[in-house]
Design a binder for this molecule. Structure first.
Ligand code: NAP
Ligand code: MG
Length: 489
């Protein structure tokens, strides 16, 4: 089907074909910018997952992909990335329509970064080496990395295609088959690129996309006996469910990228307060704060707090919130009404807990029928308030003032999450000392959220157990196998 010159696919993609759910059920997918229904998508359930997993198993077992020469996999994966790039404008428009993200972000971040991710892993396909163990000379023991088999992937809605690429790249180049479930709100970009994978020569059954709810499709993937490993990005609450599914079924490996409540610490000796203010604002307001690594806690030394907050407030006042399809828009819509209500509940809770609202705090643009919220700043929060402890996943900055650097580090580490933390100081000794003390999967010094696909991504504590990106991700999707050959007795 086409809608406003966009190709919209609304059926599951199983074994190389677009396929309706066995029950025939569908559910509406919305445009967050105005609340309208874009299309109705197959509401798959356990029966469809079983079918997809069996096709993925067959594809893996007969070697149509897993046994291809690595250089051949590389060629096809590069062709897949090229096809996404060739359709980038359309995919960016589709992603914007389905997520409410500004078109300037989908055109410059979501789609090109997905292409880069797939290309980078494609290039790695024929550069993965095994090893030989230093055994006695009478033995030749070699170690190879083997694909895990069928990967179940379950992803959230905040970067639908990009987070899918996090999984597809390393999972596919290492020879696995995959069954992937997009978030129910945002299946459209992934459903569209599935056919591009086929066109690029990725064989039927190797890449399957099964849309539907977490309770049905997600749970079925978690329990499926043919799924060898589960790659999950989402909230810790759901991550725990996957650990339970694995325990109840075949003890599949579970790789978790969970949530965050990242602290951005600005010490009094920061060199460039304007840059720190800019990064503090965009570190939390980018993508409406719907980012796992959002710098949602600003921990600032008391002596510079007033000055810094004033700068952030001024920047925030100039942010353009509005129609995501307008290239001038900097912040678009919130993913859905339920999530908007959650964000609003946190903000009301922050007020009643005694934090001081500096700006924002209200819904916006209600006449559009879409779901918008003002970029919001709370000052004088305490780290035991819900707005400091829980992941709001919205455009809300919680400022906590600290008496000194030591107290700031303690506040930062006092969290159930440990995804990212930033530290601003011009003192290299403090930078090294505190970066070491910060408990987080990534620490940024004098920047917020610096990242590259060459650098591993992941967290500790409830922020997860897996590592996406970089060569480390290749280890996640493979297991080490030792072959022991006696060459002489
Ligand atoms: P979520 O509610 O945990 O959902 C994530 C996925 O799990 C969705 O596809 C969801 O399906 C599915 N799911 C929900 N309940 C399930 C169940 N009982 N069994 C199996 N699957 C189930 O997260 P979200 O609201 O989509 O996304 C926001 C979260 O993702 C935040 O916590 C954020 O920090 C995290 N995140 C982490 C990273 C990272 O790299 N660490 C990156 C991005 C986002 P449906 O929604 O379709 O029902
Ligand atoms: Mg959801």
């Amino acid at each position: 089907m086409t809608s406003n010159n966009l190709t919209v696919r609304n059926l599951a993609f199983i074994n190389g074909n677009y396929t309706a759910a066995v029950t025939g059920k569908v559910y509406p997918v919305h445009n967050p910018a105005d609340g309208t229904v874009i299309t109705e998508v197959s509401a798959c359930d356990a029966i469809d997952v079983r079918c997809a997993a069996q096709h993925a198993r067959a594809a893996f077992d007969d070697g149509r992909w897993s046994s291809l020469r690595p250089s051949d996999k590389k060629k096809r994966m590069l062709a897949f990335a090229d096809l996404i790039e060739a359709n980038a404008a359309e995919l960016a428009a589709l992603e914007t329509r389905n997520t409410g993200k500004p078109i300037r972000d989908t055109e410059t971040v979501d789609i090109p970064k997905s292409v880069n991710m797939l290309r980078w892993y494609a290039e790695a396909a024929d550069k993965i080496y095994g090893g030989v163990a230093p055994t006695a000379p009478s033995v030749h023991a070699f170690i190879s990395r083997e694909p895990l088999g069928v990967i179940g992937a379950v992803i959230p809605w905040n970067f639908p295609l990009y987070l899918a690429a996090y999984k597809l790249g390393p999972a596919l180049v290492t020879g696995n088959s995959i069954v992937i479930k997009p978030a129910d709100q945002t299946p459209l970009s992934l459903l569209r690129v599935a056919e591009l994978a086929s066109l690029a020569g990725i064989p039927d059954g190797v890449l399957n996309v099964v849309p539907g709810s977490g309770e049905s499709v997600g749970q079925a993937l978690g329990l499926d006996p043919d799924v060898d490993a589960l790659a999950f990005t989402g909230s810790p609450q759901v991550a725990k469910r996957f650990l339970a599914y694995a325990a109840e079924s075949n003890m599949k490996k579970v790789m978790i990228e969970g949530g965050g409540k990242c602290a951005n610490i600005v010490l009094a000796d920061v060199e460039d307060l304007d840059r720190a203010a800019f990064d503090a604002a965009w570190g939390v307001f980018f993508n409406n704060g719907q980012v796992c690594s959002a710098g949602s806690r600003l921990v600032v030394e008391e002596s510079i707090a007033d000055q810094l907050i004033e700068k952030i407030r001024n920047l925030t006042a100039n942010i353009r919130v509005g129609d995501p399809s307008d290239p001038a828009t900097e912040i678009g819509a919130i993913i859905d009404e339920r999530h908007l209500n959650n964000i609003e509940r946190f903000v009301r809770g922050g007020e009643s807990d005694g934090a001081i609202l500096v700006c924002g705090g209200k819904r916006l643009l209600e006449h559009t029928g879409g779901w918008y919220f003002e970029p919001t700043i709370f000052d004088h929060a305490r780290n035991d308030m819900d707005i400091a402890r829980d992941e709001i996943f919205g455009p809300v900055l919680t400022v906590i003032r600290a008496g000194d650097a030591e107290e700031a580090i303690d506040i930062a580490n006092d969290s159930q999450f440990a995804l990212g933390a930033a530290l601003w100081t011009q003192d290299v000794t403090k930078a090294l000392k505190y970066a070491k003390q910060l408990r987080a999967g990534q620490v940024w010094v004098n920047n917020y959220d610096g990242s590259d696909l060459t650098v591993p991504w992941g967290g500790f504590r409830l922020s997860g157990t897996g590592r996406d990106k970089s060569l480390e991700a290749l280890n996640e999707y493979t297991g080490s196998k030792a072959t022991w050959i006696e060459v002489a007795r």
